[in-house]
Write a protein that binds this ligand. Structure first.
Ligand code: NCD
Length: 310
């Protein structure tokens, strides 16, 4: 029973096969083709212990477009408030008949721990799909960002991102999206540079296989895509001054104008317009931000189709 826990260390064949499946499902995600029923009878449970708009809705819509049914549990209404552990909750949800659990949790490693708990005790097949665990990983986001960049640069046939340089900008230290992006993009042959102030973009990130820089204006003319990240105030409320941050690192129209022709702007959302990115860039011609959202449905269809037992 495959789980989807992270992209670090994922065999490249599996990553490419998920991307290829997602590419082929784009017309279904766009509703240009009707829903499928290839996972009819499967039950997906969304277990979200942190807030979400895009990820939760897109897993829900993706599951429905495969014919599966979906139930939702959020921290607020769950027995977590009565002291039930995450692992007991996961075992309970499997015993209720779930064939897949989409899990978001504030603790790094939560998805791995839940998968181990399920695998350690006998029970019907039930996959854990990590929808974001603390600062660790957000694998479906990493795959959809790679798919968006591949589409923008005409690399959909083989997902070879060789020759492309991609900047990940902002609060990289606290970002699970950045860790999954670095794993996916470097595995596909791109070079990645993380850019931000020293506190949010420490040189230790290089152990993930990327470069780091504190000088956005030096980096921008050379990159083919910028993934702008939200400052994770809930994880590290350390930002001294939004004004100082914006002066050095906000992606605004003047900076966007200095990017290469054809270079694109991404953001995983939720955006804080006027902090890490300005509205005119977010809505401008380089922006692929809403395309990321649409492709996210195709990616989650691909991941659910792979993980849900038939
Ligand atoms: C991100 C997350 O929750 O990790 N959002 C998302 O899933 N698209 C990024 C964020 O919260 O800033």
């Amino acid at each position: 029973m495959p789980h989807l826990l992270g992209l670090q260390g994922m065999p490249p064949d599996r990553l490419r096969s998920l991307l290829a499946r997602a590419r082929d499902l784009i017309p279904h995600a766009e509703r240009a083709r009707p829903p499928l029923d290839t996972r009819r009878g499967a039950s997906v449970v969304n277990l979200f212990f942190e807030d979400s708009t895009r990820t939760r809705l897109s897993f829900t819509l993706a599951a429905r477009r495969l014919g599966a049914d979906v139930a939702d549990l959020t921290a607020a209404g769950s027995s977590a408030s009565k002291g039930e552990t995450l692992l007991d909750t996961a075992l309970t949800v499997r015993a209720l008949g779930a064939s897949g659990i989409v899990l978001r949790h504030a603790m790094s490693g939560a998805a791995i721990a839940a998968a181990r708990a399920l695998d350690a005790l006998p029970g019907p097949p039930c996959a854990i799909l990590n929808a974001g665990d603390g600062r660790h990983e957000h694998p479906t986001q990493g795959i959809l960002d790679a798919l968006t960049i591949a589409e923008a640069h005409a690399r959909l046939p083989d997902f070879n991102l060789g020759g492309l340089r991609i900047a990940i900008l902002g609060d990289v230290a606290n970002s699970r999206v950045a860790r999954s992006d670095i794993a996916a993009l470097t595995a596909l042959g791109a070079s990645v540079v993380c850019v931000g102030p020293p506190g949010l973009c420490p040189p230790s990130l290089r152990s993930l296989g990327c470069d780091t820089s504190h000088d956005l204006d030096a980096v921008l003319p050379d990159v083919d895509a910028v993934q702008s990240l939200r400052i994770q105030m809930e994880r590290s409320p350390a930002l001294a001054s939004v004004r100082d941050y914006a002066a050095g690192y906000q992606l605004d129209l003047a900076r966007s104008a200095r990017m290469k022709p054809g270079a694109v702007v991404l953001h995983p959302g939720p955006m804080n317009r006027g902090v890490e990115i300005t509205g005119d860039v977010a809505d401008g011609p380089r922006s692929r931000i809403l395309r990321q959202v649409t492709l996210g449905v195709a990616v989650r269809m691909a991941c659910l189709a792979e993980c849900l037992a038939r």
